[in-house]
Design a protein around this ligand. Structure first.
Ligand code: PEP
Ligand code: MN
Length: 361
């Protein structure tokens, strides 16, 4: 069977509203997971999330509570009726998660990048008898659509057919307002290739803060995504991981109530759907352009300070001619109009001179 032929009926079983998954970044204690789970509104939230093993960027931070947390998740399920989900990153995680009856497994963004690990996880799911589980695959941290699809294919090849993906944004070295840049176009490309596979948006790891959560969820609904996974904690500031981005259950409910659902594209004209996708692509690219310009101006300031320190003139004609020449050559090579590019680079240069003059004086 091919991915595009799989029937993803599992998502419909959750009802008409988009599927809402919520819970803390990490399980911290039995009291913590139970309290959060009880506070979630069950009309909206159907699945509880909590990380048991946490992939942290640097050593020395909290790396997850481990096996005991799986027991707490069992308790959450017993007491609240919520299905429970956690991240698995190795065969051993799969073995334990299945042993404790975890309903939904997800593969984290740092694992999706690694075909060896994804293969190991897929085989473990089969070997430990978990092929009837729902498995969600987060996008890899790098914007590689084939790698993402490859992970789904590895799961499918081992007999896992209840699949979905999670859009959690992509890493970039340049600082933007997001923790992980959403790069919606990649996910929309995924969606047009595999309209059958549910897409769930993870506003928490895209934003990295609380303020952007609602906007990202709305954006996901604008694209008719099938669900959300939002980090939720009764005391976000004191969470053991990802404190800045977690919201309280009451706030999540507010957001889920306020966000508007869009009609299915079948009811929309094809034009409306296409134009909204393309416009979002433009918005996305504009955002990237501002981030890049901002990064460029940051370097300009550094150069200004260096020139001041060494008492060097702000305007360096040879360097400027070289920049114009290089920009026009590069523009021609990629099919951009060189005169247009020259106009833009002149504007950049003027602004750079202004910045450096300010630094000098
Ligand atoms: C998480 O969901 O807590 C997590 C670690 O996310 P990601 O894999 O997207 O970084
Ligand atoms: Mn997290």
């Amino acid at each position: 069977m091919k991915l595009e032929e799989t029937k993803q009926d599992w998502i419909k079983a959750f009802g008409d509203k988009p599927l809402a998954i919520a819970g803390p970044c990490s399980a911290e204690s039995q009291e913590q997971v139970l309290r959060i789970a009880h506070e979630l509104d069950k009309d909206y939230v159907k699945v509880f999330r909590a990380g048991i093993w946490k992939p942290r960027t640097k050593p020395g931070s909290f790396e997850g509570i481990g096996e005991i947390g799986l027991k707490w998740l069992q308790k959450v399920k017993e007491e609240t009726g919520l299905l429970v989900s956690t991240e698995v990153a190795s065969a051993e995680h799969v073995r334990l998660a299945l042993e404790y009856g975890i309903d939904i497994l997800w593969i984290g963004a740092r694992t999706t990048v690694n075909p060896f690990l994804v293969q190991e996880i897929a085989e473990a799911i089969k070997n430990y008898g978990g092929t009837d589980k729902i498995v969600l695959v987060k996008n890899p941290v790098n914007p590689d659509l084939d790698l993402w699809i490859g992970a789904l294919e590895r799961l499918l090849a081992q007999g896992v057919t209840k699949l979905g993906v999670i859009q959690r944004g992509f890493s970039s070295y340049i600082k933007t307002k997001y923790r992980n840049n959403p790069q919606w176009q990649i996910v929309l490309d995924f969606k047009s290739r595999y309209p059958n596979i549910p897409v769930i948006v993870d506003p928490s790891h895209i934003c990295g803060n609380r303020t952007g959560i609602q906007e990202i969820i709305q954006q996901g609904f604008n694209f008719e995504f099938e669900g959300t996974i939002t980090e939720t904690h009764y005391d976000p500031d004191n969470a053991w991981s990802d404190a800045a981005q977690q919201i309280v259950p009451a706030r999540l409910l507010e957001i889920l109530k306020e966000t508007e659902l869009r009609k299915h594209s079948g009811e929309n004209s094809k034009y409306d759907t296409e134009i909204s996708h393309l416009r979002s692509e433009i918005d996305q690219i504009d955002g990237q352009i501002w981030d890049l310009i901002n990064a460029r101006m940051g370097v300009v300031s550094k150069i200004g300070k260096l020139k001041k320190e060494y008492n060097v003139a702000v305007y360096q004609p040879e360097r400027w001619e070289e920049i114009i020449k290089k920009s026009k050559e590069q523009a021609s090579a990629i099919g951009l109009n060189p005169e247009f590019v020259e106009k833009i680079i002149k504007e950049f240069h003027q602004e750079s001179l202004n910045i450096q003059n300010k630094i000098m004086s």
